[in-house]
Ligand binder design. Structure first.
Ligand code: ATP
Length: 234
């Protein structure tokens, strides 16, 4: 369980997160939604130690994360997949995945690699291909697969649907759903694409100008016309 308590963070005078409190339950997908600039990326970066909070706290299964540097997060079970699908284009699919396995320390296990190939057969078919040759959807699978190589319990995903065709978004969200169901993984999913995110999430938190304006089961948020029109754009 990931618990954010009165979390505030910003950039100089800009307050990107303002007193944010919510809980992402174990074994669930929690969607963090909101317009451009709502503070979603800052929230993920603050949780994963890439950005320092001004005040408040974050706990993962009771462990305070506030002073944990980003590079130690994998050891605590946290993996962050940033926006942008950054892969090493000169390396193969296989090599990119192996890099993901190094974060936790020790040797990369073949079993972990096979698990990713089982989850994403399209990557299994292209193990020796250079990452530069992958489509946008395949790259998104590769960055998620790379994060899974560290065997996280909590996966942070920043805008995985950005720029992908609806069919590919549905496929990727379906895979995330399967992962949560089969492996008990917890996911914090940041999305501007609220309609798709709510169709896969268990719970949703809506941010506006850095503040939480709604925190409820996904079905409830999707059925709230006023909230959808005001903050979710559908
Ligand atoms: P997007 O979907 O565009 O990424 P977001 O909801 O993720 O939006 P953030 O990127 O967290 O929002 O931005 C929240 C606020 O912080 C915005 O006002 C943004 O302009 C500001 N901000 C973000 N990064 C920086 C930065 N490096 N320096 C200064 N201000 C920033």
């Amino acid at each position: 369980m990931l618990k954010l308590t009165s979390l505030s963070a910003g950039y100089g005078p800009i307050r990107a997160l303002d007193d944010v409190t919510f809980t992402a339950e174990k074994g669930e997908i929690t969607a963090v939604l909101g317009a451009n600039g709502a503070g979603k990326t800052t929230l993920l970066r603050t949780v994963s130690g890439l950005h320092r909070a001004d005040s408040g706290s974050v706990h993962l299964d009771g462990t305070p994360l506030d002073k944990v540097p980003a590079e130690r997060m994998p050891k605590l079970g946290m993996a962050h997949v940033p926006e942008g699908r950054g892969v090493i284009t000169e390396l193969t699919v296989d090599e990119n995945l192996r890099l993901g396995g190094l974060g936790r320390g020790g040797r990369v296990k073949d079993g972990d690699l096979q698990r990713v190939y089982d989850l994403f057969p399209v990557l299994g078919d292209r193990q020796a291909a250079l990452a530069t040759t992958l489509s946008g959807g395949e790259r998104q699978m590769l960055v998620i697969g790379r994060a899974l190589m560290a065997r996280p319990t909590m996966l942070l995903l920043d805008e995985p649907s950005l720029g992908l065709a609806p069919r590919i978004v549905a496929q990727i969200f379906g895979l995330i759903r399967d992962l949560v169901r089969d492996e008990g993984l917890s996911v914090l999913l940041v999305e501007q694409n609220a309609r798709s995110a709510l169709s896969v999430a268990d719970h949703g938190v809506v941010l506006n100008l850095g503040r939480v304006v709604a925190d409820a089961p996904a079905a409830e948020l999707a059925g709230d016309d006023k909230l959808r029109h005001a903050y979710l754009g559908f």
